[in-house]
Design a protein around this ligand. Structure first.
Ligand SMILES: Cc1cc2nc3c(=O)[nH]c(=O)nc-3n(C[C@H](O)[C@H](O)[C@H](O)COP(=O)(O)OP(=O)(O)OC[C@H]3O[C@@H](n4cnc5c(N)ncnc54)[C@H](O)[C@@H]3O)c2cc1C
Length: 489
């Protein structure tokens, strides 16, 4: 039996980052991955000459990735490149308005004033405040453990508290936005940021307004060759740092005794190590790997983030009116969220997100054609009849696209693949198909998320989108950094 010093369960983006960080520190790192490749939710689908990013499509905060290359003493350009995107998203409204979400705040403010009458100062003030909030609060909430007393007794926390208003926690994002803006389109556009972690803007706290800062003040980026290149680059970097990978190898158990992690069980064999990092969904970590049904039941009480139905369509035409990221907004946003989070059903006028990477990488589709990733927010899986619902939903989506883009999209779909919340749960190992673990709909959500250190089992750590600080690639990378800071062996 071989003895390893650090075992990582799962090679999602956080598992890869944790592996790199520990290898740089001199650990002998082995990653066990049940899939045949690294990346987890970052994956590709190739079909009939079209190539689609299967999971995440929006890339922000590249500094989290740059930091890993710097730490490893490697030149990132040899592994990975990306470019800034000037229009973060193109928004289409039922009233016929089309708005470019420029990543330059001044240009965006001018666009909003021209298209909606929203005074440009409102936009600039909002983004300025979101930026200030991010620098004071974001750094504390996202870069540190919230379960460690040390986090709460620093100078930074006092500064942050001075800049915290009760309204950021006690009012919803929608209520906050409604007070900041006059135009209905602006309120809806800024409400959308709650969906970046799968939450409901009519419930989630105004604190989430910080997300707008990331998109408009920091900007968004396109990784050359698509999102999969993030996983590929980190995998290569891990190999370079002598991390070993065991693919097609599902870990069945985390071994511990006397409250101390000892190793894992895999293929009926035991592998020992004093440090274990689980990058699996936290629900699975407790339910299967630790066999702790009591803790699993407690986790289940937290509301799930939204899931999605995704249509991957090969389209036999190019649409110059569309950009890399596009949103076709629901007319009644409140009704849509009521369906997703309360009625737990599909809505007949859904917001439709269309991502088209051929706008930046034409090789992702045959000449003259486009690869459409069409995503609709839906509830996490609680036993709905997805096979039937998806047929109904497709009709709503097709009507919406035809109406807003003045086309006849059914006749242009050359090839199709569909993911439902059940597919996402199965293929992407995400409990009930939630895209971002637990939702942030309650003001306590940030504190209820599972910590990165398992206090009851010394030597066991957790990283990834279902633990602190939350879902999305940037936060997953931060979770690996927090884990690294607590490993002392
Ligand atoms: C459809 C979709 C769209 C999204 N859009 C965006 C976006 O635009 N931008 C963004 O930043 N984020 C987005 N996200 C969220 C983002 O993809 C995730 O938060 C992030 O990729 C999760 O990474 P992770 O480190 O938690 O690991 P995961 O990607 O969840 O991977 C975990 C890995 O662990 C492995 N594993 C699990 N159990 C075991 C076991 N027992 N043994 C061995 N291996 C195991 C799994 O096979 C998997 O490879 C999206 C997610 C989805 C699903």
């Amino acid at each position: 039996m071989q003895q390893h010093k650090a075992i990582i369960i799962g090679s999602g983006v956080a598992g890869l980052a944790a592996a790199i960080r520990l290898a740089v520190r001199g650990f002998d790192v082995v990653v066990y991955e049940k899939n045949e490749r690294a990346g987890g939710k970052i994956a590709v689908i190739e079909k009939d000459g079209f190539r689609f990013d299967a999971g995440p499509s929006l890339f922000t905060q590249p500094a989290n990735i740059e930091a890993l290359f710097e730490l490893a003493g490697e030149n990132m350009d040899d592994y990975f490149s990306y470019q800034p995107v000037t229009v973060a998203c193109r928004y289409f409204f039922e009233n016929g308005k089309v708005i470019n979400g420029y990543t330059d705040p001044n240009q965006f403010a001018a666009e909003m004033q021209e298209k909606t009458g929203e005074p440009r100062e409102n936009i600039l003030r909002y983004l300025h405040n979101a930026g200030k909030r991010y620098s004071y609060l974001g750094n504390i909430f996202l870069e540190h453990s919230l379960h460690d007393k040390k986090t709460w007794f620093t100078k930074d926390i006092f500064k942050a508290l001075q800049h915290t208003r009760a309204s950021y926690l006690f009012t919803s994002l929608n209520t906050y936005n409604s007070k900041q803006f006059v135009a209905a389109e602006t309120i809806q556009l800024f409400n959308r940021f709650a969906t970046y972690n799968g939450s409901n803007p009519y419930k989630a706290p105004a604190m989430l307004s910080m997300i707008a800062h990331v998109e408009f003040n920091e900007g968004i980026y396109y990784p050359k060759n698509g999102m999969i290149s993030i996983a590929e680059a980190l995998y290569k970097l891990a190999l370079k740092k002598n991390v070993r990978f065991c693919f097609n190898t599902a870990v069945s158990k985390i071994l511990y005794s006397n409250n101390k992690a000892e190793g894992i069980e895999v293929h009926n064999d035991k592998v020992y190590a004093p440090v274990i990092v689980s990058n699996a969904d936290i629900n699975d970590t407790y339910r299967y790997l630790l066999g702790n049904q009591q803790r699993f039941s407690r986790l289940q009480k937290q509301e799930r983030s939204s899931s999605a139905v995704i249509f991957y369509w090969g389209i036999k035409k190019q649409f110059p009116q569309l950009d890399l990221h596009n949103i076709l907004f629901a007319k009644d946003y409140a009704a849509e969220f009521d369906h997703v989070f309360n009625k737990k059903n599909i809505y007949n006028d859904p917001t439709v997100y269309i991502n088209i990477t051929t706008k930046y990488d034409p090789s992702h589709a045959p000449e003259g054609k486009e690869n459409w990733f069409v995503m609709i927010n839906v509830p996490s899986d609680s036993g709905q009849q997805w096979n039937e619902l998806v047929i109904e939903l497709k009709q709503y989506v097709v009507h919406k696209i035809n109406r807003l883009l003045k086309t006849s999209i059914e006749s242009l779909i050359e090839t199709e693949e569909i993911y439902t919340p059940q597919t996402i749960a199965g293929k992407m190992g995400s409990y009930r198909g939630a895209l971002y673990g637990a939702s942030s709909n309650s003001r306590l959500s940030a504190f209820l998320r599972h910590p990165n250190v398992v206090s009851s089992i010394k030597g066991l750590y957790c990283c990834g989108g279902t633990v602190h600080p939350g879902g999305g690639i940037p936060l997953c990378l931060k979770s690996a950094k927090i884990v690294d800071s607590y490993i002392t062996v």
